[in-house]
Design a protein around this ligand. Structure first.
Ligand code: AVJ
Length: 332
């Protein structure tokens, strides 16, 4: 495994405050509908709470996707073939990634993540499990085109994007990401890249709302942890007790929305700037889009990927889709 020594992508000011975090929070709180991007959930405590979410009874996506990855290995091997470089968008999960790598016998593994710490941890764990597989972690923001290590330039690529993380993005951002992935994986050079992507399915409202509002309150704690992070890192004075967790299915936009709702009128400061919420007003903290077969395919096609095959878990709650970079052509 090659140790990456590049400087951190996190840009801190003279007080050690993450500039991008502060800018996103202040901009989001100044809006009529207050909102904070979901990517800021994942500090150390947030990552730990998300791990815990994946184990609560109501949160089915992780179990359903893991079931698919475990069951369909032979078909993955068939359709993808060996000797590709697997490029994972995100640090990789200790359970899902090995299932894929075992199934297809790749020539290299390249995890991409903006957090060098998560990246090095998970890359090291993986290198232990697969001692003969070259691992080349890259610290990068994969929302943009990323240059891959020279060591994998001659290999065909398979992008891997599990978890239905694509569902956190509104469609235009999701399309931008799919197009960036195409560029990162070298869609216009050599053998066409493929993409294996997890996309959660539209289903009964009650099942979806329970998955994002579990009885043990783990998801509520995950949502509220954002407030603790703002208070700690940005000198916030938000009273966490004045906000309650809410998870609601938006049927027009086919997404679960998570909000923090004010239980009374109150004012607070963040980085010295004053804000207020009236009772019932919310801070919108996350979208989790759900897909049908057609909506998933339309999104992939809009991003330059042609669906090849789709798999579901036994209970048909979650989909994993294999796609191939669409060839550029002029006529229909
Ligand atoms: C990690 C983005 C896939 O949207 O289901 C879980 C995050 N939020 N419970 C999701 C999440 C609340 C999760 N993703």
């Amino acid at each position: 495994m090659k140790a990456e020594t590049g400087i951190s992508l996190v840009d801190l000011d003279e007080d050690g405050v993450d500039r991008a975090f502060r800018a996103d929070v202040l901009k989001g709180l100044r809006q009529q509908q207050k909102a904070v991007p979901a990517r800021w959930f994942y500090d150390e405590e947030g990552s730990r709470l998300f791990e815990q979410i994946t184990r609560v009874a109501e949160y089915y996506p992780t179990r359903a996707e893991t079931e698919i990855l475990g069951a369909q290995g032979a078909q993955f091997a068939d359709l993808i073939g060996p000797e590709r470089a697997v490029v994972e968008f995100g640090s990789g999960s200790s359970v899902k990634t090995p299932l894929l790598l075992e199934a297809i016998a790749p020539a290299a593994y390249v995890p991409l993540d903006i957090s060098g710490d998560f990246l090095r941890q998970s890359a090291a764990a993986l290198a232990q499990k697969f001692p003969h597989l070259p691992v080349y972690p890259v610290e990068a923001d994969f929302m943009r085109r990323v240059s891959l290590p020279d060591e994998v330039s001659a290999l065909a690529k398979l992008g891997f994007f599990p978890g239905s993380t694509i569902g956190n993005m509104v469609p235009r951002t999701a399309v931008d990401l799919l197009r960036s992935m195409r560029a990162t994986l070298g869609a216009d050079e050599g053998e066409s890249p493929m993409l294996l992507i997890g996309m959660d399915l539209v289903k009964d409202r009650a099942v979806l709302e329970a998955a994002y509002d579990d009885a043990d309150g783990v998801t509520a704690a995950f949502n509220t942890n954002l407030v603790s992070r703002i208070n700690r890192e940005l000198g916030g004075t938000i009273d966490p007790a004045a906000l309650e967790h809410s998870a609601v299915w938006n049927d027009d936009l086919a997404r679960i929305e998570m909000h923090l709702r004010a239980t009374r009128d109150f004012s607070f400061e963040v980085s010295g700037e004053k804000f207020s919420l009236r009772k019932g007003e919310t801070i919108h903290t996350e979208n989790s889009h759900k897909f049908t077969r057609r909506s998933a395919y339309t999104l992939l096609l809009a991003g330059g990927w042609t669906p090849v095959r789709r798999w579901l878990d036994e209970e048909e709650r979650f989909s994993v889709i294999l796609a191939i970079a669409t060839e550029q052509r002029e006529a229909p």
